[in-house]
Design a protein around this ligand. Structure first.
Ligand code: ZN
Length: 161
């Protein structure tokens, strides 16, 4: 960042007293801007012996298959965020079940967290511009070579194990 979010004065990068890493510090109002990892919440929706995947309509990894997931919003719980993203990307209303995976991705400062979600019926839809397709796959038919992200692949493996 270049400018203070409080007063718009230019910031400088320095280690604040008592801290141990550089932060963007405002020389005018003294605000220290902390930047922390972001949380991606999602689900692994299951109907009978099938797993629901979404084909990404946007970069990165456009055209590859992924589980419904996205950035948590302010004021929601992990489970609410995961359920909201599942509704937005796959058009299904689910309740989060057990936690399946919680994976740190430090090189991009993210944490990816997935819950199991049992679908009450097979209905689903491409409900946003984020998905090109939404499909139920038999567990023997997962497109392993076309999975968008390593954390999605790991989560699928955790579930199948
Ligand atoms: Zn300031």
């Amino acid at each position: 960042m270049k400018y203070c979010s409080e007063c718009a004065h230019p910031v400088t990068y320095q280690v604040p007293e008592g801290d141990n890493r550089e932060r963007a510090v405002c020389d005018q109002c003294g605000t220290i801007h902390y930047v922390n990892p972001r949380i991606i919440a999602g689900t692994l929706p299951v109907y009978q012996n099938q797993i629901l995947l979404c084909k990404r309509a946007i970069e990165p990894r456009k055209g590859y298959w992924t589980l419904p997931a996205g950035f948590m919003e302010q004021g929601e719980t992990l489970e609410q965020g995961a359920a909201r993203e599942t509704q937005e990307e796959a058009g299904i209303d689910i309740t989060c079940g057990q936690l399946l995976s919680s994976i740190s991705v430090p090189h991009i400062s993210q944490v990816h967290i997935f819950f199991l979600a049992n679908m009450e019926n097979a209905e689903h839809a491409v409900s946003t511009s984020e998905s090109l397709a939404v499909k139920l796959f038999d567990v023997d038919n997962i497109p392993w070579d076309e999975i968008a992200f390593p954390t999605v692949k790991k989560t699928l493996q955790f579930y199948l194990d």
